[in-house]
Design a protein around this ligand. Structure first.
Ligand code: CAA
Length: 261
């Protein structure tokens, strides 16, 4: 791959968007490579993903403005769909994805981070949806996910004014969960990912599905979604082992890794 790196550390997969000369901006090739990278993740082994950007300046500085500048109406719509398809794959990916936002997360960069389950960032991170300053709307899900994450009032302010916000403000409005010094960000992301990876994987996946699917349903349907996914866990070896381990009164016992079965 030219612009996307994939590295495995234990049960954690790390995807790095690496197009530093353009501050990791998303052109068609980056989007296609991200799609292929996600398709290649071995879900029998990997229990959590981290998504980050190469270098210390930018996570992703948006969709590629050069590529978009000459698009027709139909091509613009198709480019939006191309990004949306990949971002939706990320959002509905069976295992959790942590965005480690290490600098600019503008336009498509903010949008891809919002397609991840959890966002943490470095102190130099900058978030924003600058699209209206370029004559377009956010096109990779920004109008939808920002409003769901920080509420419609704050989302509308950010999108209509095109004003960027710094890490501390992103934390205050709930766009990110935590802020770290640049040098500590990846270690923090890996620690969180390893913490997720050690839990019962089928249960973790079912939690992701319950939260995501439930948010799209009304409460009566949403709790039924949870009931079914909760019930499914009782068919797993991991549930039998996890509960038997708790109930075993032998103090010398050592907890074994969950089997993903
Ligand atoms: N697309 C294409 N190239 C980009 C880019 C982008 N989104 N962002 C940065 N680059 C390129 C620059 O053109 C520049 O390339 P050259 O060296 O060849 O000139 C290189 O990356 C470095 O950028 P700057 O010189 O501008 O760096 P800076 O430190 O002065 O500024 C910045 C950094 C504030 C992030 C600035 O680059 C910037 O404003 N970038 C654009 C951010 C933006 O508007 N993003 C939204 C895009 S629209 C979108 O994403 C639509 C959607 O929802 C799908």
């Amino acid at each position: 791959m030219e612009f996307v790196l994939y590295e495995v550390k234990g049960q954690v997969g790390i995807i790095t968007i690496s197009r530093e000369k353009a501050l990791n901006a998303l052109n068609s090739t980056v989007l296609e490579e991200l799609d292929k990278t996600l398709d290649g993740v071995d879900l029998n082994e990997i229990r959590c993903l981290i998504l980050t950007g190469a270098g210390e300046k930018s996570f992703v500085a948006g969709a590629d403005i050069g590529e978009m500048s000459t698009l027709t109406k139909a091509e613009g719509e198709a480019f939006g769909k191309k990004g949306n398809d990949v971002f939706r794959k990320l959002e509905t990916f069976p295992i959790p994805v942590i965005a480690a936002v290490n600098g600019f997360a503008l336009g498509g960069g903010c949008e891809i981070s919002m397609s991840c389950d959890i966002r943490i960032c470095s102190e130099n991170a900058v978030f924003g949806q600058p699209e209206v300053g370029l004559g377009i709307t956010p096109g990779f899900g920004g109008t939808q996910r920002l409003a769901r994450l920080v509420g419609p009032g704050m989302a509308k302010q950010m999108i209509y004014t095109a004003r960027n916000i710094k890490a501390d403000e992103a934390l205050r409005i709930g766009l990110v969960n935590a802020v770290y010094p640049q040098g500590e960000l990846m270690a923090a992301a890996e620690k969180m990912a390893a913490g997720i990876a050690k839990n019962a994987p089928i249960a973790v996946r079912n939690c992701k599905k319950a939260i995501n699917d439930g948010l799209e349903a009304d409460m009566d349907d949403a709790i039924v979604i949870e009931e079914k996914l909760f019930g499914d866990c009782f068919e797993t070896e991991d549930q039998k082992y996890g509960m038997a381990f708790f109930l075993d009164k032998n103090k010398e016992k050592v907890k074994e890794p969950f089997k993903n079965a």
